[in-house]
Write a protein that binds this ligand. Structure first.
Ligand SMILES: [Zn+2]
Ligand SMILES: [Zn+2]
Length: 252
């Protein structure tokens, strides 16, 4: 059995927990060590099971807590060399294990498939975590849906899927134009509608759960995101992740 939990998700911090009886993996550590451990404790998730922290890319909302957390719980941090080189110095872990996009990492009882995605970072990756035939995707920070995303999506029973912004809120909102264009570009973020289209077009019988992730604070709301996906709500478990607290622990 797998346990899946968004410890934090949103444009100001991301951390995703996928674990089984013995091992757990954190994807990203974009909030403080203190908050990650507090939220895990509240949900009954044991940090001693964490075997590795894997960093998707160098943006601070994915790395803010990694250095302190890795040192504190003494686990390896995996990231690509270019993500490391382009990360902000104070966020960098003291020790790092490198991987290249496309590598399959075997950590504890997990196989972690990494792949390149479209995002304005040096070497941005997403991941599919595999354990005993079950697959969980962590697909956030994606400007456009590439073939890599589609092919890994096809394997997943559960996905954390970016649903960053509502198009109307973004274009009518207060962001300066260059930032609006960046968010909406093919190397920015997925809108609610783009995420919905991906689901509608490529959902498959194995897929059970979708966690709408990495919501923008300014340009989205949980209610608006959920509304976009209403048409699929009786076929799939659809949940919105939370920036202020860990979400429920789902079993797969
Ligand atoms: Zn990013
Ligand atoms: Zn991000």
């Amino acid at each position: 059995m797998l346990e899946i939990c968004a410890i934090a998700s949103g444009s100001n911090g991301n951390c995703y927990y996928i674990g089984n009886k013995n091992d757990a993996i954190l994807i990203d550590a974009g909030i403080s060590r203190k908050k990650i451990l507090e939220r895990m404790e509240k949900k009954g998730l044991d940090p001693k099971k964490i075997r590795a922290i894997i960093i998707s890319h160098e943006h601070t909302d994915h790395m803010r807590g990694v250095r302190v957390l890795a040192k504190n719980i003494d686990v390896p941090v995996f990231m690509t060399p270019d993500s490391w080189k382009n990360s902000w110095g104070p966020n960098r872990p003291d020790k790092v294990s490198y991987f290249s996009p496309g590598d399959v990492l075997e950590i504890g009882s997990f196989k972690i498939h990494s792949f390149l995605k479209n995002h304005d970072a040096a070497e941005p990756c997403s991941f599919r975590l595999e354990y005993k035939g079950k697959n969980v995707g962590v697909f956030t920070d994606i400007g456009s849906v590439c073939d890599n995303v589609k092919s890994h999506f096809a394997e997943c029973q559960a996905v954390f899927l970016e649903s960053n912004y509502d198009e109307e809120m973004l274009w009518k909102g207060t962001y300066p134009i260059h930032l609006k264009e960046r968010v909406a570009s093919d190397y920015g973020h997925l809108s609610n509608m783009q995420a919905y289209e991906l689901l509608r077009e490529f959902k498959h019988p194995k897929l059970k759960m979708v966690f709408l992730s990495h919501l923008s604070q300014e340009n989205n709301s949980p209610e608006i995101a959920m509304k976009t996906f209403k048409a699929l709500a009786n076929e799939l478990i659809i949940n919105v992740t939370n920036r202020y607290d860990a979400g429920d622990v789902f079993e797969l």
